[in-house]
Design a protein around this ligand. Structure first.
Ligand SMILES: CC(=O)SCCNC(=O)CCNC(=O)[C@H](O)C(C)(C)COP(=O)(O)OP(=O)(O)OC[C@H]1O[C@@H](n2cnc3c(N)ncnc32)[C@H](O)[C@@H]1OP(=O)(O)O
Ligand SMILES: O=C(O)CCC(=O)C(=O)O
Ligand SMILES: [Mg+2]
Length: 471
């Protein structure tokens, strides 16, 4: 099983038994090198620069295009709309505190109009004195606005559908009514001295003229942010880029974006939105929300980190990510998905021999994210038929055994032969290496003596069985 595995319950269970834990080494500092030299000075991995590869990610682009983004963390609003979610007050407070410690700029809470407990929880979270600004999310309606401002929030996110689908089948209001009510609600919230954002639900299926017109109107009356919402997850990165770019030329206020993940585009769309000039991205932990949810916090962080690790490290407490995901996974009774960026159960496990050798020499060969920056560990998996001798050599060194390269290659062949029948556990590999080593030491074995090795292994198995039987 892989090291960050969740077994079959929600919180991640770590089973490291079958893995070689690779030292989180800087190349040439204390890594276990395939050439057998510890601490040898290796040439630094060249940075891909513009001249040599125009597509190489460059921190400069990232900084100029995405200089000041904010995360609006909506696990306690959009996330509560996830099918499995029921957050009691204690859990909401734990999640809010964890998100705050992670460093998100905003925490968005379910409308206090939803229920009496939602209202009380909103007040309780406002009283925690967190660094993150606390928002609540309401319909474009004066009744909701009045309740919201009484809770003590730092800001109110107002939303109403502008697509013909929602105008006809959800609230039944036309653009004139929407605009009039939006102005009334925004002015009311502003009069209370707190932030207000106006968002048009289902933006990508709304008429562009209607959309730009209402955004311009609310911008003129001093809304803090306008929000674009891909409510049904229909947008692709090019559409996101175009709409955000167009809006950037029309309003002076900040631009927030809320992206559903129905077609798996939510992270890419969020990144593109930032490149196009969005300032605020909505996320939820593990992406939970209506249907398959929205841009996941961890996925967005991974994608931004890949573009500019130092910037993202300075902004967020990255080692907390796993703890937050476990907290939420447990609360909503799901596993962390195996392919989750950063915390997926094999996110930092390397298997094939070619990868293992290069990783042991320099982790940047096959990793764009550094596990140590997330408080996680890198593993090399051995004992399967894809194992190479370089990976076995690193295990031999970890076990403190003295074998030549030729002997290690010979032992590797045996591991592969056995692994063709069944993958060998770490214990299997270790005992094979020990048996091999003692055979060499005692002179009972030499490189290439297959039969002698089989006999030694058989003897070892019989001795172990007798020992186990007498225990
Ligand atoms: C895309 C999104 O995720 S938006 C956020 C979704 N969040 C929520 O729905 C919060 C949880 N919701 C609730 O607790 C309830 O739906 C409430 C309290 C908001 C409303 O409950 P009810 O009054 O019983 O209405 P119900 O939920 O059946 O229908 C929604 C009502 O809001 C109206 N409405 C829907 N969207 C909006 C909007 N954005 N602005 C104003 N009114 C709206 C509808 O017209 C309908 O009112 P009606 O019954 O008078 O026609
Ligand atoms: O308020 C918003 O911008 C988004 C609301 C929402 O959850 C959605 O449209 O999917
Ligand atoms: Mg949503």
């Amino acid at each position: 099983m892989c090291p960050h595995a969740n077994a079959d319950s929600a919180p991640a269970q770590v089973d490291k038994a079958d893995m070689v834990q690779v030292p989180l080494a800087q190349p040439g500092v204390n890594g276990v090198h395939a050439n057998g030299k510890r601490g040898s000075t290796r040439r630094a991995v060249p940075n891909l620069d513009e001249k040599r590869n125009p597509y190489a990610p460059r921190a400069a682009d990232f900084l100029s295009n995405i200089s000041n983004f904010n995360i609006i963390e909506s696990t306690l609003r959009e996330g509560e709309q996830f099918a499995n979610a029921f957050f009691d007050t204690k859990t909401k407070i734990a999640i809010a505190k964890a998100l705050d410690a992670f460093g998100v700029e905003y925490i968005e809470l379910t409308s206090p109009a939803a229920s009496e407990q939602s209202r009380a929880d909103c007040e309780a979270i406002c009283k925690l004195g967190l660094k993150a600004k606390i928002l609540t999310h309401i319909r474009c309606h004066m009744d909701d606005a009045r309740i919201a401002v009484e809770t003590g929030v730092d800001g109110v996110d107002v939303v109403i559908g502008t697509s013909s689908f929602l105008r006809e089948f959800s609230h039944g209001k036309d653009m004139a009514y929407i605009t009039k009510t939006a102005i009334e609600v925004i002015e009311y919230v502003k009069s209370k001295g707190i932030e207000v954002r106006f968002s048009s639900e289902d933006s990508f299926r709304s008429d562009l003229v209607d959309l730009l017109s209402i955004y311009q109107t609310v911008d003129k009356i001093g809304v803090n942010r306008v929000g674009i919402a891909d409510t049904v997850g229909c947008a692709n990165p090019r559409q996101v880029y175009d709409l955000v770019r167009t809006l950037r030329g029309v309003v002076a206020c900040d631009i927030e974006i809320h992206l559903h993940n129905d077609t798996g585009m939510a992270i890419a769309n969020a990144y593109t939105a930032l490149e196009a000039g969005a300032t605020h991205i909505d996320t939820s932990v593990l992406g939970i929300g209506e249907r398959v949810g929205i841009t996941p916090l961890g996925g967005l962080v991974a994608c931004l980190y890949a573009a500019n690790p130092e910037y993202v490290k300075s902004k967020y407490n990255l080692p907390m990510l796993r703890e937050i995901e476990n907290l939420v996974a447990e609360a909503v009774e799901v596993n962390i998905p195996f392919m989750n960026p950063i915390t997926g159960y094999c996110a930092f496990t390397h298997k094939a021999g070619i990868h293992a050798k290069a990783i042991l020499n320099n982790p940047s060969t096959y990793e764009i994210l550094k596990p140590e920056d997330f408080g996680l560990t890198r593993y090399v998996s051995i004992g399967h038929r894809l194992t190479g001798w370089n990976a076995v050599k690193s295990r031999v060194e970890q076990l403190g055994l003295k074998l030549t390269d030729a002997e290690i290659k010979d032992a590797t062949n045996k591991i592969k032969e056995l692994a063709d029948v069944r993958t060998q556990s770490m214990d299997d590999v270790d005992s094979l290496l020990r048996v091999y080593h003692s055979g060499i030491q005692s002179g009972e074995l030499a490189v290439g003596q297959k039969e002698a090795l089989d006999a030694l292994l058989k003897k070892h198995r019989e001795q172990s069985a007798t020992r186990d039987g007498s225990d």
